[in-house]
Design a binder for this molecule. Structure first.
Ligand SMILES: [Zn+2]
Length: 294
């Protein structure tokens, strides 16, 4: 009888441990860090979380963090309660951003990838003042087709929302075909000619039912942002969140790439360079492959 109780107690403990392994953190102090360092001697106060996978640097009253030096703009600002001294961050940022970045990458099960070259037809996209005869829609299509070719070499099935110069409605892109990963490809533009850098958007996590899907998107976005650094010394603008329709419509992990600013002379020339687009497409495809269990 004692032996039976002992065995049952053990089984119960194993069950409890298994459940706790799968539990998602609810606050910053639940995250899987090995060191938690506050620096209140600087303004704004900083918080550094470390584990074997990354060093995260966060700041009071800011949504911008650095993960191994790569910027990530969370959907929410971090705050430190001046009375209790406790750090506070809404659940969605804890679970979809910080927990994803601090956890070992979970390989996605993916076979089919839907690539969406932005704009097309009469919608030319961002202006290209530094490359005559070029337009955002042409660059998007070229980079998208190159990315697709590289992914096919790895054995992925690739679909495109457009593979020629046609205009596809926004609401026919994110869900054009059933896919395991959705990637929208764009190039950027800004009034400030100095604005530069590659960035990747994920869907703003508003519905808790989609947190798992968004976590996979964040993992992919971070990998793509790192991959771009391999082929350019341009400072990456990082991973960001937006409520873009194409991301909202996608029923799978989804990201939107802004491959560079066409309003920045140096970057516009780089984006217009075929050899750069080739290298970028290969690096992005490699990053996707590394995050997928084919
Ligand atoms: Zn665009």
């Amino acid at each position: 009888m004692n032996r039976l109780c002992f065995t049952l107690t053990h089984l119960l403990w194993i069950a409890v441990l298994c459940c706790s392994c799968q539990r998602l953190p609810e606050r910053i102090t639940d995250l899987p860090y090995t060191s938690f360092t506050e620096n209140t001697g600087v303004k704004p106060a900083q918080l550094t979380l470390r584990n074997e996978r990354c060093t995260l640097i966060l700041a009071n009253n800011s949504a911008i963090i650095k993960c191994n030096g790569i910027p990530v703009v969370m959907p929410d600002k971090l705050s430190k309660d001046p009375n209790s001294g406790k750090w506070d961050l809404p659940l969605r940022s804890v679970q979809t951003v910080l927990f994803t970045l601090m956890s070992p990458p979970q390989k996605l099960k993916a076979k089919t990838i839907l690539i969406d070259p932005g704009h097309g037809g009469k919608d030319h996209g961002a202006p290209t003042p530094f490359s005559k005869g070029m337009s955002e829609k042409i660059l998007n299509l070229d980079l998208a087709l190159r990315l697709g070719e590289e992914l096919q070499k790895y054995g992925f099935t690739v679909h495109y929302t457009r593979s020629d110069d046609s205009l596809i409605k926004l609401n026919r892109r994110g869900n054009a075909v059933a896919a395991d990963i959705f990637i929208s490809v764009h190039h950027n533009s800004a009034a400030n000619p100095d604005a530069a850098g590659f960035e990747v958007f994920c869907l703003t996590p508003e519905n808790e039912k989609r947190f798992a899907q968004i976590r996979s998107g964040v993992q992919l976005a971070y990998a793509l942002q790192c991959a771009q650094k391999e082929v350019s010394d341009s400072p990456g603008r990082g991973v960001k969140f937006a409520n873009f329709q194409v991301l909202r419509d996608a029923k799978c992990p989804a990201v939107l790439i802004e491959a560079g600013f066409l309003s920045n002379r140096e970057e516009a020339l780089r984006c217009a360079d075929v050899s750069y687009r080739k290298r970028l497409a290969a690096a992005l495809a490699r990053a996707i492959r590394e995050n997928v269990l084919l």
